[in-house]
Design a protein around this ligand. Structure first.
Ligand code: AHN
Ligand code: ZN
Length: 331
């Protein structure tokens, strides 16, 4: 009898100590052995990481602002305990320009064969070619949302992973030269392959030989006011089960008004090349704005208005918390 009481006492202690750890976390499961704690995403931090990138100015390849921001991002990943790999490459743009590109990779638990890939692009577009005012077409985009937002959310996730690791290994990649696709005013070729040059390069030359991941999640323009995210069409084609998983988790967290569980819109985006070249089933969390006047990504898109005034912490919170819940629930 005494033995059983002691055992019961010990079990209680175990439960108490495990649940203590959930102090500022969400309890996903309540039995001791299945207990998964998902850290709490801090949108104020993500916002600050976006501001810090925007403060460099536009991050257009082959500019000093781009170089300086690349240093900042690699240093932040180091600070948050990732093993950082820099992939430098000379990439050929649609107009013959050689882009001095840098993919920045932060790896957690690199020995673990079970992995998840999280990615965003960190460059910003050289032209505001979708701006309604033609005189702005040659002005670089500031890229608060288009570029900096995905990176900002991933830096906050990096900070949290460093505090308490999920079961799987995580790779965070900031891809370069995503947004150097031919501008609308360009008279020559407009091939899809001119977009996403950094992710194409990595997909052909992964930072680890034979690299693989269970799945990938791309975050692109995840900070816009009133943004809605639908299941993007290439994601459905290549990684339907990942879309299902993410939208289900968003619903559980109460975000089904932001993550609308319907298919809508296709984006030639970094995930397409990670799917087609690297063969890693990957989705794109990218806005689809049903009511936008000019563009389904949102009317800020590729205009001089893509600045901090368009960033909403509510959207950052919904995306960040959903992605965290997904990765911490993988076993
Ligand atoms: C195209 O417009 C072809 N693709 C969108 C990819 C993109 C650009 N994401 C952000 N900027
Ligand atoms: Zn863009």
């Amino acid at each position: 009898m005494k033995k059983y009481i002691t055992l019961a006492f010990m079990a209680c202690m175990l439960l108490t100590t495990t649940s203590c750890k959930t102090g500022n976390s969400n309890k996903a499961n309540d039995t001791a052995e299945n207990m998964i704690t998902v850290p709490e995403f801090n949108a104020d931090n993500a916002y600050q990481y976006i501001q810090a990138q925007v403060d460099f100015g536009p991050r257009v390849p082959n500019t000093k602002e781009h170089v300086a921001c690349g240093e900042y991002l690699a240093q932040k990943l180091e600070e948050y305990g990732a093993k950082v790999t820099n992939q430098y490459a000379d990439l050929l743009a649609f107009n013959g320009t050689i882009l001095k590109a840098r993919n920045i990779i932060g790896s957690y638990n690199p020995e673990n064969k079970k992995r998840i890939l999280l990615f965003a692009h960190w460059d910003s577009r050289p032209w505001s070619d979708a701006d309604l005012d033609e005189k702005n077409h040659h002005t670089p985009v500031l890229g608060a949302n288009d570029g900096a937002s995905g990176v900002g959310v991933l830096l906050e996730i990096a900070r949290l992973i460093n505090q308490e690791a999920p079961a799987l290994g995580i790779d965070i990649i900031f891809f370069d030269a995503e947004d150097y696709g031919a501008p609308r005013f360009h008279k020559g070729d407009h091939k899809d392959e001119y977009w996403c040059l950094g992710s194409q390069y990595w997909s052909r030359n992964p930072h680890v030989e034979g690299y693989n991941a269970r799945f990938g999640i791309l975050l692109d323009m995840v900070g816009g006011k009133d943004a809605t995210f639908y299941r993007e069409l290439y994601s459905e084609k290549y990684a339907r089960s990942v879309n299902k998983k993410v939208w289900k988790k968003a619903k559980e967290l109460g975000y089904s008004n932001i993550f609308v569980n319907e298919e809508n819109g296709g984006a030639i985006d970094d995930h397409l090349f990670v799917n087609e070249i690297a063969g890693i089933p990957s989705i794109d969390i990218v806005p689809y704005m049903a009511d936008a006047k000019h563009n389904s990504f949102g009317d800020f898109w590729h205009t001089i208005n893509d600045d901090m005034s368009g960033i909403d912490k509510k959207t950052l919170q919904a995306v960040g918390q959903t992605v965290l819940a997904v990765i911490y629930n993988e076993k």
